[in-house]
Design a binder for this molecule. Structure first.
Ligand code: PLP
Length: 410
């Protein structure tokens, strides 16, 4: 008789966004005329930039001709894309990352989830709280989370609260984690770490031998000089950090699928016998065994993002979302709400008015304003008392949402 991985049974049945969809659908069924503005799920709404579309058309034509056809590509990604990433995302910022330290994939969700394959089950994992749920759930699947307590925390995970009290800067933990997930610009709070704050984490990891898994899926939203675009801007980070990036939010690739992970050759883990093992080598081995590469068409589209046209077009789209974020932030502040994030990031994180919990405020916004957000509690215990709104809707809908919320008079 075959047995299943029991860890999967520990996971909560209802994924956050299914519950949100259920509530919206129920509301829609009861109020068919309600014009609901969706600011919940973090999907983009603007179409692909022209440079990427053109590159995809051309790539389809390549696939249609035997002389230019591409079947299986290199598991780590095509050199044309890895070279462009090394040049534009790193060398242009004074960071030396070699193309063979870059692993192209079909998504940062897959990468941040799959990385657990090369990490021992016994590692103690730390996450900021609230957090992108993938980090926690994949560690539950991998048997690293322990048991879920009544407080909503897994007893083997170290939670690093990020709230208004600490200015959304996680404190260095007294109990040393082996693996630390950091996501900046942050989903869900829309906040960032400055260079000094990120350096504290790199220094901590260097001192304690911890691994930092740095998710910078929202890097393209950074506009402030003092916010690092890559963890490798910090000295020594190549010895302690893996970085994850994605074209999803940078260039609207949520439906196209293309991302990458950087696993530096200077990064070594330790095996059970105390030997040093190259993480780059392990990840290469993992990818070559379990992954057959992102599609040629997606990679051609991703490479087009780095052309002068692609860079200008994607910047324009990000600027559009940033204007939405600013509109939300300013408008909601004027409505008397406490608002965080929304600068260098596409999310605003709203403190619920006194005495109202996350889900109640979610229901209130839906019912009174016909605006659908995401309850902060769905991202972890420290998200209670907050709601997230995204800047990914249209500018017109963003202005309308602000108008409706302001009319509520908090
Ligand atoms: N990382 C974070 C923090 C995200 O918020 C998301 C998507 O919302 C992802 C990764 C997923 O990226 P991808 O579309 O590349 O899988």
């Amino acid at each position: 008789m075959f047995r299943i991985n029991d860890n999967f049974c520990k996971l909560a049945e209802s994924y956050l966004f299914s519950e949100i969809a259920r509530r919206i659908n129920a509301y829609k069924a009861a109020h068919p005329d309600a014009d609901i503005i969706r600011m919940g799920i973090g999907d983009v709404t603007r179409p692909l930039c022209a440079a990427a579309v053109e590159a995809m058309h051309k790539a389809v034509d390549d696939e249609a001709d035997a002389s230019t056809f591409h079947g299986y590509g290199p598991e780590q990604g095509y050199p044309f894309l890895r070279d462009a990433i090394a040049e534009h995302d790193y060398r242009a910022r004074g960071i030396e990352i070699a193309p063979d330290e870059i692993f192209v994939s079909d998504g940062a969700k897959s990468d941040t989830g799959n990385i657990g394959d090369i990490l021992a089950q016994g590692n103690r994992v730390a996450v900021t709280d609230p957090v992108y749920p993938v980090y926690v759930d994949t560690n539950v699947m991998g048997g690293r989370a322990g048991a879920l307590g009544a407080d909503g925390c897994w007893d083997n995970i170290i939670y690093l609260p990020v709230t208004a009290q600490n200015g959304f800067v996680p404190a260095l933990p007294a109990e040393v984690p082996d693996v630390i997930y950091l996501c900046y610009p942050n989903n869900p709070t829309g906040t960032t770490l400055n260079r000094e704050q990120l350096k504290n984490w790199v220094d901590y990891a260097l001192e304690h031998g911890s691994l930092i898994l740095f998710d910078s899926a929202y890097e393209a939203f950074i506009r402030d000089e003092d916010v690092p675009h890559s963890i490798y801007e910090i000295e020594g980070a190549e010895k302690v950090a893996i970085e994850f990036r994605s074209f999803s939010k940078t260039a609207g690739f949520t439906g196209v699928r293309c991302a990458y992970a950087v696993v530096p050759k200077a990064l070594f883990g330790t095996d059970s016998e105390g030997n040093k093992v190259s993480m780059n080598h392990l990840w290469l081995r993992r990818q070559c065994t379990k992954f057959n590469g992102a599609s040629y068409i997606s990679q051609r589209a991703a490479a087009a993002v780095y052309t002068p046209e692609g860079l200008a077009q994607t910047r324009e789209t990000i600027d559009y979302y940033l204007r939405n974020a600013e509109t939300l932030r300013k408008g909601l502040e004027e409505a008397g709400l406490e608002v965080y994030g929304g600068v260098n990031a596409p999310y605003v994180w709203i403190k619920t008015p006194a005495g109202i919990d996350s889900w109640k405020f979610f229901d209130l916004l839906l019912d009174k304003c016909h605006v659908a957000g995401t309850p902060g509690a769905g991202f972890g215990p420290s998200g209670e008392g907050y709601v997230r709104l995204t800047a990914f809707n249209t500018y017109e809908n963003t202005v309308e949402a602000v108008k409706r919320i302001r009319a509520m008079q908090f």
